[in-house]
Design a protein around this ligand. Structure first.
Ligand code: SER
Length: 626
């Protein structure tokens, strides 16, 4: 049975149990600024678990694309990947434990035909302090299902300490293992957060038993949640019926079921091999890499790690690009860049000729074309993005590596050097750390973060300078235009009324372009009056100065400004005042301005060359010096 067949079997089975199949949400969550990626099947489902009505009803199922960037460093063992698919089904206040457990048993033992003797289940032991009872119902349901198959199985109360007793297949654990909420254990849940006990399903690789004897856990008893590698969790049924309240829990308005099971792990159980990278879902990509590298993949060998990294990172990259992510230096784009650049390095380890990474798209399209047709539709674009990123990185890779070698001194690499490697050679920090670590060298990460913040501050200041008041630069002419623009706004308000405000400005050496709120065309007659006002103020040799005022005081004094709410309590006001005391303009502003309006005269007379509509209720003026 292939992974594609497992996915289909799952979805078909749950459809036959009245579930509506919904498509996978994108890897970049919509309307969720709290997280960069969709990392679990239930993430896009949370609102419905909390009670919002789902448009497709109370039973839904899907296969959700997931990406966990926090797992990048785990990739390389036999089971971790950054990208994976999570099969999921949900009841929103519909069915509960009895149906879910029976269906799961059916799916595992009948659809996947997994040997029940190799299946194990865990249930919540209960917690009196929290007022949450022991989940004997789930344990007994599993026990009965075994019995229906002619198997009498025992229940382990304390397998963490006692190990697995003879004939035991069901085990109780506390909230550290058998409780699920987004925040983790009950004690970490904020008031209002939903959660509940869960019952998890495990596959026993059996033949791996000896692993425990040589593992770090050899002095402790082996049990299903032991990390020695003998058991693999293949699914988690959460009975989400509680909500955290002050000092305890109360029942949610509805009893929900939230099931999530990793497709790749179910595949591993089905093939009875804990190395998911030999699974058929990687067949096309793996043999492609074998051809490119003239090496054969094996679960243990010199190149195992490199093969796994390239397989994982290329698959994840292809799915991320298909969902609209492009390599960049921030957010999702940074993570993608890290994946691709790391893939380049490990493709080199495999001895793959440069320029070949984008050829990995085709085998992935072959594997996923039926479930994710978008990969095929976008394959050329995806390959283009990968190619460009590989080329870009290769241009600096060897120079960067030489530079890195040079800068490593003693036992550390300075944060500043690591930052230079990032900005100049495109080495993501984590990659530099990894290369350094291979040489037993640490990177001063704190200093790196400092440099990063400084750089951010600098570029912020630079861009603030660039856009400040819409000025292209701080040259004398642009500054003169800026002061003239203040005068123009004062004149517009004088002629057209106090409802006129700035809506935008953009000033270069050639002209000032100014948008303001006003609903109709401004006649040439009025424009002439405005020109006159500006030129008269220039003739008057008025002084331009700043005063700091309380915001309310400024408002009361008729100071012009837009977006008052954006300013602090004390505001800087630029005033243009004639020697006779005439106030030509007073406006909230950050400068810069000429110090006397006479200076503007050096550039010529102020003339309005154009007045037109900009957008609804906004007019645009262009003016020059001539
Ligand atoms: N919410 C559970 C998990 O992510 C089941 O979907 O494991």
């Amino acid at each position: 049975m292939t992974a594609n067949q497992i996915r289909t079997a799952y979805l078909n089975f749950f459809r036959s149990q009245g579930h509506t199949l919904v498509p996978s949400a994108p890897l970049v969550p919509e309307n969720d600024p709290t997280t960069l990626f969709t990392g679990s099947g239930m993430q896009p489902i949370v609102p419905y678990l909390l009670g919002a009505p789902h448009p497709e009803g109370t039973r839904i199922a899907d296969s959700q694309k997931c990406f966990r960037s926090q797992d990048i460093e785990e990739v390389g063992d036999n089971r971790h990947t950054t990208f994976f698919e999570m099969l999921g089904n949900w009841s929103f206040g519909d069915y509960f434990k009895q149906e879910q457990i029976a269906w799961m048993w059916h799916f595992l033992t009948e659809e996947l035909k997994l040997d029940p003797k190799r299946l194990h289940f865990t249930c919540f032991v209960g917690n009196d302090d929290l007022g949450i009872p022991k989940d004997t119902e789930s344990a007994e349901l599993w026990q009965k299902l075994f019995r229906d198959k002619g198997l009498e199985v025992g229940i382990g109360e304390n397998s963490e300490v006692e190990g697995i007793g003879e004939g035991q297949h069901i085990f109780y654990y506390n909230e550290k293992k058998n409780w699920w909420s987004r925040a983790g254990v009950p004690g970490n849940m904020p008031v209002g957060e939903p959660g509940g006990p869960d019952t998890e399903m495990f596959w026993d690789f059996g033949s791996e038993k000896e692993l425990h004897e040589v593992s770090a856990w050899k002095d402790e008893p082996c049990h299903v949640n032991c990390d020695c590698g003998r058991f693999m969790e293949i699914g988690n049924n959460v009975f989400m019926e509680y909500k955290r309240i002050e000092g305890g829990f109360e029942k949610l308005a509805q009893q929900n079921v939230d099931f999530g099971g990793g497709l790749e792990r179910l595949m591993a159980a089905k093939m009875d091999n804990p190395d998911i990278f030999v699974g058929d879902i990687f067949d096309a990509l793996r043999s492609h890499l074998e051809t490119l590298s003239s090496k054969v993949y094996s679960s243990e060998g010199e190149y195992t790690y490199a093969f796994r990294v390239v397989m994982d990172h290329m698959r994840a990259s292809v799915f991320l690009i298909a969902d609209g992510v492009l390599p960049s230096n921030t957010d999702q784009g940074y993570v993608l860049r890290r994946l691709l650049r790391r893939a380049v390095r490990y493709a080199d380890v495999l001895g793959i000729d440069s320029g070949n990474l984008s050829s990995c798209v085709l085998p992935l399209v072959t594997t996923y074309r039926e479930s994710y047709p978008v990969l095929e539709i976008k394959q050329n674009d995806i390959a283009g993005v990968i190619n460009e990123e590989e080329n870009k990185f290769r241009e600096t890779l060897s120079k960067g590596m030489r530079e890195l070698e040079k800068r490593i001194t003693d036992k550390t690499l300075s944060g500043k050097d690591a930052f230079d490697l990032f900005t100049t050679y495109g080495f993501p920090l984590e990659m530099t750390q990894e290369i350094a670590l291979e040489k037993g060298i640490a990177v001063d990460e704190l200093e790196y973060r400092d440099e990063f913040e400084k750089h951010k501050e600098l570029s912020r200041t630079a861009s603030a300078g660039k856009f400040k008041g819409g000025l292209a630069d701080n040259s004398a002419k642009v500054t003169a235009f800026h002061t003239a623009t203040h005068l123009m706004l004062a004149a517009l308000r004088k002629e057209l009324g106090e409802d006129v405000h700035q809506a935008g400005s953009n000033i270069t050496e050639e002209r000032t372009r100014f948008d303001f709120t006003y609903g109709q065309k401004v006649s040439r007659e009025i424009l002439d009056k405005i020109e006159l006002y500006v030129n008269a103020a220039m003739e008057a040799g008025a002084t331009v100065g700043t005063t700091v005022m309380l915001k309310d005081e400024a408002k009361a004094n008729g100071v012009e400004g837009s977006f008052w709410e954006k300013y602090p309590d004390n505001v800087t006001v630029y005033q243009v005042v004639g020697s006779d005391g005439t106030i030509y303009s007073q406006e909230l502003c950050g400068g810069p301005h000429v110090t006397n309006t006479e200076e503007i005269k050096a550039f010529g007379r102020f003339r309005i060359t154009k007045e037109e509509a900009s957008s609804a209720g906004v007019r645009r003026i262009k003016a020059i010096f001539e």
